[in-house]
Structures are given as C-alpha cells and as structure tokens.
Design a protein around this ligand. Structure first.
Ligand code: B12
Ligand code: SF4
Length: 550
C-alpha cells in the first residue's frame, strides 16, 4: 500500500477486491479536498509538470482521511436535446435518453467511490454549490464537445481533475487533451479501473487507451443511478459493425467485428431496468449473418421465457423482414418499434454511402416494412440528405419515398462529416467542410445543420430541401392519416402519436435554428484539423448491414 493511504479508522472498511485498498482521500497542501494530478490547475500553479510528462506523485505530508471518494459523471447538454424543451411538454420525456456510456462506467467503478451522474439534458446543476468532487468524468458526442470543455474548465479552475472519454474524445484526442487532465480513448472497460487507481495515487496520466473488449467483460449498467426523469431505459447487447459506411463512426470506434453479449447477461440486465420502455442501443440488434440471427432468436426466446414485461425499440437491418420467425419472436419479446436506415431513395445514393446491403437487395422496401408492421412493430425510417448524387427536389423525394414505404416516423438528417469517418477524410481533402471553426462549430454537428459544402446545393438550398421534406411528411394531413392507420391496425398507436407529435412540435424550433445557421457570417475555412480516427483493429467479418445509425 502506498504510504499516503491510511486505514479508514472510522469504518475500518476494506476496499473492493479490484482495488484492494482502504477508503481514504488526501487533502493537498492547499487544503483543497481532492487528489493532486499532473497537469491539473493547482498542480500547474505549484509549478508541477504541465501534464504531458510522466506521472506526478502527491506529497505524503498533510494527509487527512475522509470516507468518501467522490466521482461526478457528466453528460453535457447538447443543442439538439435542448430543442425538446423538457419543461415545455411532457411528451418530450420520450425524447431524452439515458447516457448509457456513463452508467456503464459507473458499473466499472469500485464500490468505494461515491458516484453521482448528472445528465444536463434533463437539468444542469449549479456545480459550484455541490460538494467538491475528487474526480469528474465527462463524456461527449461531437455535438456536445464544447459544453464538455466548458464543464472541464470550470472544475479544473477549482482544482478538480477531469477525465474525458467517449466518441469525441477518441476521435479528437489531440483537441481534447489540453482541455482536460486525461483523455480515455475507445471502450473503457479494460482501462477505467487503472484511471481510478492512478487518481488515488495522484498519478493520473494524460492519455489512456481503451480497447475493444469481449462482451462478457461488459458489466450490467448502473440503471439505479438515473431514475425518474426518463420514459426509456437503455441497454446494449452487441458492439461493432462490419460495414464501415462512409458517414458513420461506429466501425472506427467499436471495430468491424460484431460482438454479442452472452444472452443470460442481457436478460438479467433487462430485468433490472426500472423503466417499462427500453432503447436497445445496438447499431444493429439482429446482425447480418446466419449465426448472428440465430443468436438473436436465442436472445428473444430467453427474453420471452423471462417474462420481462418490457416494450423496447431497437436499430435493425431491413433483413429482419425476411425472417417471419424472427419477427414473431421479436414481437413476443416486447419489440414495439425498429429504426431502419434506408439512407437514400436512390441506388446511386446507397452506393455513394457504401450501404451496399440495401443496394444488393435492390428492392422496393414497402413490402418488407409492411411485413414488420404486421407484427404490430412500428418502423422509423432514417434518410440522409446532401449526398453528391442528390439533386434539387430531394426533400420532396425523400418524404414521398418514406410515405411509399409506409414508415411510421421519418428522421432525415444532413450528410455530416463526423470526425473519424471516411466522409470526414474525403470532404476534408476536398475542402468541403464548411463549418470548421473548431471546437466552437462542433455544436453544429448534430446532423441538423448543413455543415458541409454540398455538390448540388447551396447552404440555403439544402436547408430549404430539409424544410420541404419535414413539412411534407409531417403535414397535419399526413400525420393524422398515419396515426389513424396505427390506431386501426392496433400498432402501438400511443407511441406513434407521441413520436409524431413531438417531431411536429420541434420542427419550428429546428427550422429556426437551421435558418440562423444559414444566415450566419461566411466561414473562412481554416481547415484546422486536429482529429484523426484510430485504426480499426478487428478483422472484417460478415455482410454489410443497414442500420439507422447515426
Ligand atoms: C444510443 C445512441 C444515441 C441516443 C443517445 C443516448 C445517450 N444519451 O447517450 C440518441 C438516440 C439520443 C442519439 C442521438 C444522437 N446521436 Co447517437 N448514438 C447512439 C449509439 C447507437 C449508442 C451509444 C451508446 O449508448 N453506446 C453504449 C455505450 C456503453 O458506449 P459508449 O457511449 O461509447 O461508452 C463507452 C466508451 O465510449 C467509454 N466512454 C463513454 N463516455 C466516457 C466518459 C469517460 C470519462 C470515460 C473514461 C469513458 C467513456 O466508456 C463506455 C464503455 O466502454 C451510438 C453508436 C455507438 N455504437 O456508440 C450513436 C452515436 C454515438 N450517435 C451519433 C450521432 C451523430 C447522434 C446524433 C447527432 C444524431 C441525430 N441527429 O440524431 C444525435 C446527437 C445527440 C447528442 N447528444 O448530441 C454518432 C456520434 C458520432 C460523433 N462523433 O459524435 C454515433 C457514434 C453513431 C454514428 N453512426 O456515428 N444517439
Ligand atoms: S451506418 Fe450502420 S451499417 Fe453503416 S457502419 Fe454505421 S452501424 Fe454499420
């Protein structure tokens, strides 16, 4: 045991086996509660290493004991969820989702850490009034990066070390590095315990690299930590995707190999989720090969046997419609809806984004959509607008195609170069990333702003196409017709109604934001690129898929 750790005489409690130490926290010389960290603000003020060199040890003198090591895990608010105005409408409870990454991180944290998870999409606390934390962990999608940096700065100013992880920190580690005390890249399962141990030792390093884990190493998330504010709980049953579509970061983050959690683990965790509605966050729940589908059936059978009494929604490939037994099992296991990424109404568009799976089948998706719906499962369709092959009129075309397919909900998003994707590299090389004042512009990377230079559209032109698409699909007449259809076929009419109404309700604000973006001053195009995707490590396996990501 390092000399600056002492026995907790108050409780005489032993730490978890993983940790094998006592629950103690030092006070540093400034009297601030918290552990000294290389590169943290007070450490720098005392002339220590700025955080890029080897670990710094805290002084042993003046140690004091307390019984709690306090960890705050924070999901920064993002503009997109901000749109949903939680207080404005109860329906919007259905549009905020638990940050599963943080709940997983919490599950990986030894029990002697006192964990609080803050989801700013629900409410933002006054951090200054909270008890002082010993460590802050912040996550971020790219669109949340600015807010994540603000949070980090506020805590670091008060001498609290901040660790950042998740997709943005992984793809833009060089950008994040100077703004936090430590960056954790990739999946955190193999490395988080080490980070915490280093914090205890006052020896936090600036960079930790996670790795793609076998799925029996993924612990059940701490669903107990965020309860009450959400309509949906969430769970993950697989990671990875073999396809690497041009616009998507899943393959560069989670790898090509489709990894499935043991069925028993999933069923046990499902049962522990307090909410009746659950989002299965997998990028493709059913997978693409025969083996994947056999495992999914096994999972559904186990869920039915466990009598979970949950309704859940998930992202799947359209091939779910090819297997009637799979559909029947899904419905019996509680499937209320599926997200399917159709991506483009044209074959050329599918080829452009690399969605070969949809293309190879080269079919009209109306019949498969109907087959899914016959099992009283809702279908949400996702399309991308702004492909090089898209021509003026694309807004109307997407809306009409979605109507023809008969989807219950439509989500159309602008083609957006997310860091770490092939699209990012391609558009970057062609000088076509228009919103590139980073990190400030990351707030526009919600896929709801036209941040690129589109081949056949001006920025205003493509924004207009999006308005046309939304107004056509979500016109009052079309919405009522859809919801009436749901009611008539007894296909989750309440969920369909809530989803359609909350989409409609948020459209004006969305439109306003988009117009403001279009009218903002011309962007100089600095091209300051500090993001690079990590190398994908697993080998390619399986067929291309067709999920709804992002
Ligand atoms: C569920 C999901 C959502 C949910 C969000 C739920 C939530 N509150 O988190 C919803 C539907 C709301 C959503 C919305 C969007 N999403 Co989304 N989403 C996902 C999805 C499918 C799963 C995320 C998840 O829960 N994974 C499971 C957990 C366990 O994994 P994880 O979060 O990666 O966490 C692990 C590590 O990253 C790490 N980690 C994470 N945080 C931290 C923090 C610290 C301190 C440390 C040490 C480690 C660490 O530890 C965890 C365990 O290994 C991912 C794809 C994917 N496979 O990840 C896309 C994904 C994250 N989404 C994406 C996008 C683009 C969006 C949208 C912009 C799209 C849109 N307009 O609809 C919005 C933006 C929302 C926003 N916040 O700004 C992109 C993000 C790319 C990027 N660079 O930002 C992804 C990667 C999909 C893609 N195709 O590229 N999404
Ligand atoms: S969009 Fe879906 S199919 Fe394509 S790479 Fe991403 S997760 Fe895989």
């Amino acid at each position: 045991m390092p000399p600056w750790y002492e026995h907790d005489q108050q409780t005489n409690e032993r730490l978890s086996p993983q940790q094998g130490q006592q629950r103690t926290v030092r006070r540093d010389r400034t009297g601030l509660r918290g552990l000294a960290v290389a590169g943290s603000a007070p450490a720098r003020a005392r002339g220590r290493c700025p955080g890029t060199c080897s670990p710094t040890r805290p002084p042993a003198a003046n140690s004091e004991r307390t019984t709690v090591i306090r960890l705050y895990l924070i999901n920064p608010r993002n503009a997109l969820v901000g749109l949903t105005d939680l207080n404005g409408s109860r329906w919007n409870r259905y549009r905020v989702w638990k940050p599963l990454g943080l709940l997983t991180l919490a599950a990986l944290t030894p029990p002697d850490w006192d964990i609080t998870v803050f989801d700013e999409n629900v409410r933002t606390p006054d951090y200054a009034k909270l008890p002082r934390a010993d460590l802050v962990g912040v996550t971020a999608f790219t669109s949340q990066a600015n807010r994540a940096y603000q949070i980090a700065a506020a805590f670091r100013d008060r001498g609290v070390p901040v660790v950042m992880g998740g997709i943005h920190a992984t793809m833009c580690a060089a950008e994040a590095q100077p703004r936090v005390d430590a960056v954790v890249t990739g999946e955190a399962e193999p490395i988080w315990a080490q980070v915490l141990e280093d914090v205890r030792q006052g020896a936090l390093r600036p960079r930790y690299e996670g790795a793609q884990v076998e799925m029996d190493h993924v612990p059940p998330a701490r669903h107990d930590l965020l309860a009450g504010d959400y309509a949906f709980g969430s769970i993950q049953t697989t990671r990875g995707c073999p396809l690497n579509c041009s616009f998507c970061s899943v393959t560069s983050f989670n790898g090509y190999r489709y990894r499935q959690r043991p069925v028993a683990d999933v069923v046990r965790e499902f049962a522990a989720i307090p909410e009746k509605l659950v989002l299965v966050v997998d990028d493709n729940l059913i997978g693409t090969s025969r083996e994947h589908i056999a495992r999914t059936k096994e999972l559904f059978r186990a869920m039915i046997k466990a009598d979970l009494r949950k309704q859940w929604i998930a992202q799947v490939t359209i091939n779910i419609a090819d297997d009637n037994e799979l559909l029947a099992l899904a419905a019996q296991a509680g499937c209320a809806g599926v997200f399917v990424g159709f991506e483009s109404p044209t074959a050329a568009g599918l080829a452009e984004v690399g969605k070969k799976f949809n293309l190879v089948r080269g079919r009209d998706f109306a019949a498969p959509v109907r087959r899914i719906q016959r099992h009283r499962i809702l279908v949400a369709g996702s399309f991308i607008m702004g492909l090089d092959t898209d021509k003026p009129g694309i807004g109307e075309r997407i809306a009409e195609t979605a109507k023809h397919y008969g989807v219950d909900i439509l989500n159309t998003l602008f083609l957006t170069p997310l860091p770490g994707t092939r699209l990012w590299d391609e558009l970057g090389a062609q000088g076509r990333i228009a919103a590139d004042r980073f990190p400030d512009d990351w707030k526009h990377y919600t896929l709801t702003f036209p941040v690129a230079r589109y081949r056949h559209f001006s920025t205003a032109g493509i924004a207009q196409e999006m308005e046309t698409c939304d107004q056509t699909f979500y016109s009052l007449k079309n919405t009522l017709r859809r919801v009436w259809g749901n009611l008539w076929h007894r296909r989750k009419p309440l969920i369909a109604l809530v989803a359609n109404l909350s989409y409609r309700r948020n459209l004006p604000q969305s439109r306003k934001n988009c117009r403001a973006f279009v009218l903002s001053p011309a962007r100089p195009g600095t091209g300051s690129v500090v993001c690079a995707a990590p190398k994908v490590t697993s080998s390619t396996r399986g067929l291309p898929s067709a999920c709804a990501s992002p």
